[in-house]
Design a protein around this ligand. Sequence first.
Ligand code: FO1
Length: 314
Amino acid sequence: MAVNQNIVLMVGGVGGAKLAYGLAQLVPPERLTIIVNTADDFWHYGLKICPDIDTLLYTLSGRVDPINGWGITGDSVTTLETLKNLGEDTWFRLGDKDIATHLLRTHWLRHGQTLTQVVAQLAQRMGIGATVLPMTDDSVATIVETAEHGELEFQEYFVRHRWQPKITGLRYDGSDSAQPTSDVVQALRKADILLLGPSNPWLSLMPILALAGMRELIQSLVIPRVALTPIVQGQAIKGPAAKIMQELGYDVSAAAVAEFYGDLITGFVYDTRDNPLNLKNVQSIGFDTIMKANSDKVSLAQQILDWIAGGGVV
Ligand code: FO1
């Protein structure tokens, strides 16, 4: 059945990008918009790095490294090795082909383009039809408060320290005043379905939800608003979601994720490996949410769309 509804998906990194890939195989490009977290972005050697945006662009365009889930498949690291030989601590792995993306993005930003314009051009040049929108053109930065090292910038926490420090708190610097872009607001107002990807709720989706006016805007949308669990059988599908939940005092479960989203959502997808959920005011359903092969991504996207089309969630 042809999808003739406007679908908006909010994502962070690898898991969200996989669902976006599945949706992009089913939904006409003009009907699919993906809003991406930018609070992981940082400057490194004078280059603007946008990890979640690039993970999405590389995934949608078939370039992504399937083992890491980020970076470009088969990329070399000559530049990084040369930096290392020059005495640099090369804790953040930049592939040679990936650097071309950062060079182009930085070049365009320096010439006055907004991040939204830059991402649109990169997506177009990579042959991506769906609309990819950074959540904001303003600056927002996730700051991780840790027991061992005090405050850490996000990539320091995530990559340099391999998300091992114990989290005592999280902040999204700039989010009070940062505005969602007009493209983001317009896409949400025109949406028939809103999906929150199986991304880390605290690291990937909260920075989007914390933007000025975002919660109110989502709550005003009378459409199915469906989140997917990043937690299966008490463990994160990838990354530190389970560890963070535990450190922040939550139960490590799909139910706790659904509760965390609260009245932002009307539907929730848990994994079939877990027991069925009985949530107040939120319809829920179990699907196989672990996406390994491309066919898994398409199948999960299809099941979600069928569930919504069948009236399972309103
Ligand atoms: N993740 C790592 O664990 N180690 C890396 O060295 C690393 C480099 C990297 C370079 C470009 C890029 O777009 C992403 C990269 N990532 C790396 C992934 C990324 O930092 C995180 O997965 C996200 O920020 C969390 O969503």
